[in-house]
Design a protein around this ligand. Structure first.
Ligand SMILES: Cc1cc2nc3c(=O)[nH]c(=O)nc-3n(C[C@H](O)[C@H](O)[C@H](O)COP(=O)(O)OP(=O)(O)OC[C@H]3O[C@@H](n4cnc5c(N)ncnc54)[C@H](O)[C@@H]3O)c2cc1C
Length: 421
């Protein structure tokens, strides 16, 4: 078994989980990352919601909800497999209330029907496998409608036509990043197994020569070159660009969106308040985290880039690294806080602590306020394998561990069988 020839490109949640799985199986893995540490891009700068599928009510086939639900029920068990006790140090938000906007694409009756279907899928899944849980819990029900007297007084009920209480929660992505980095460091190469983390290495070329892949790029201004018999591409918004170098055509309709988030100090009045998602259209979210900070996102203000095709422009890199242009950050915060304060008045004047962005990779030609937009269906994610090369589109943070496991299993199988998968 050649255990020194596995390269993973990208140390976000997908790449780190795949590396941890392969290291646990006794392989030696090179994990190549352009930044100075793992977990500094989308897996850090996202909302952290572990999706039960409730937001995908406009995919009437239920395929997106089924996929997200499946992934959500495996998220924590898989993290526990790789992080062990560390998983307990990842804080979880208050549960989400879904507030139905007056001009929502779907009304409360249609949403209620959809949530009942998701609930039924949830019960079937959880009853079939005792190892599954949702962030450590196995709630009886995922969502129910709130009567008008039950909507928390913190929310502006005149803006909504209904509300649902759900079991959905978000994890604190700062905590996730710390625990994943430490788990990767704990698995540093010892003997023939473990993770060799190469930070500051930006991959710019890959080619296949016989049974090997030659991966090239820049490391702090100098050229580097490594070879591998097995490659996992987990580079998220750069994934299709790297795939294309090996002749793998990008998915038609692929779309990259640059979305900003605002982190503020949670106003005292909201400390125990449910988190909220406003449905269904170009609205936003407020995530109340135990750390005393809240994640704010208001779609019309946060959406600052729209790039169809193989990969987004390079100028997205700075905000995605946590270094947005000051004027853009100020503009996003100035629009986001008042917009959400209309829904949650206690947010007015909230102290903004941080503004940054991430790239969202999905399929779609029109925006989320179009009921027919491809953005309402997220089922094209997964692992594409071609002779020792595995390109992982995790789709969401929720499904990153599930697909990382699948990619690692394919590599492991191939190495144990002595053939390229
Ligand atoms: C604003 C926002 C909110 C979101 N909210 C949610 C949510 O609530 N729930 C949910 O489930 N999902 C959410 N997502 C989606 C989620 O963040 C992503 O699906 C997930 O983080 C992708 O993980 P990843 O490891 O593939 O990507 P990343 O975490 O981006 O990791 C990719 C890594 O590859 C590295 N890399 C890229 N190119 C190269 C190269 N050429 N050479 C070397 N290294 C390279 C990058 O530096 C990075 O570290 C959100 C995304 C955004 C942007």
């Amino acid at each position: 078994m050649s255990s020194t020839s596995i390269v993973i490109i990208g140390a976000g949640l997908t790449g780190c989980c795949a590396a941890l799985e392969l290291a646990q199986r006794g392989h030696r893995v090179r994990l190549i990352e352009q930044d100075d540490a793992p977990m500094k891009r989308a897996s850090l700068r996202n909302e952290g919601k572990i999706h039960l599928g409730l937001i995908y009510a406009n995919d009437r086939t239920l395929a997106t909800a089924r996929l997200q639900l499946r992934a959500a029920l495996r998220f924590r068990p898989l993290l526990e497999r790789w992080l062990g006790e560390r998983v307990r140090r990842i804080a979880v938000s208050t549960p989400f209330d879904y507030l139905v906007a007056r001009d929502s694409l779907l009304g409360p009756a249609q949403l209620g029907e959809f949530y009942a279907q998701v609930d039924a899928m949830y019960r079937a899944e959880i009853e079939s496998d005792a190892s599954l849980n949702y962030l450590g819990l196995r709630p009886l029900r995922l969502a129910y409608a709130l009567g008008s007297g039950e909507v928390p007084a913190a929310f502006a009920s005149d803006l909504m036509q209904g509300a649902f209480r759900t079991q959905e929660r978000a994890i604190d992505t700062d905590d996730l990043a710390v625990q994943v980095r430490e788990a990767v460091a704990d698995r540093a190469v010892a003997g023939d197994a473990g993770i060799e983390l190469l930070t500051g290495h930006q991959v710019s070329g890959i080619e296949r020569t016989g049974d090997e892949f030659v991966i090239t790029g820049r490391e702090h201004g100098a050229a580097f070159r490594v070879t591998a018999t097995h490659v996992i591409n987990a580079s998220w918004e750069r994934r299709m660009g790297i795939d294309r170098m090996l002749g793998i055509a990008p998915r038609p309709g692929a779309l990259h969106r640059l979305k900003y988030r605002v982190i503020c100090r949670t106003p005292a009045a909201l400390a125990d308040c449910p988190s909220i998602t406003i449905v269904l259209g170009r609205y936003g979210d407020v995530v109340i985290r135990p750390s005393g900070t809240a994640y704010l996102s208001w779609y019309p203000a946060g959406l600052q880039g729209w790039a169809p095709g193989v990969e987004p422009p390079r100028d997205w890199d700075s905000p995605c690294r946590g270094e947005p242009a000051a004027e853009v950050a100020a503009r996003v915060a100035e629009a986001t806080v008042p917009a959400l304060a209309q829904w949650v008045p206690a947010l007015a004047g909230a102290e903004v602590l941080q503004v940054d962005a991430g790239a969202i990779v999905a399929d779609g030609e029109t925006d989320v306020d179009d009921a027919a937009s491809g953005l309402h269906a997220r089922v094209k994610s997964g692992v594409l394998s071609q002779g020792g090369y595995h390109s992982v589109d995790p789709g969401k943070l929720t499904s990153a561990p599930m697909y990382a496991l699948e990619a690692a299993e394919r590599v492991d199988r191939a190495l144990r069988g002595g053939a390229a998968a």
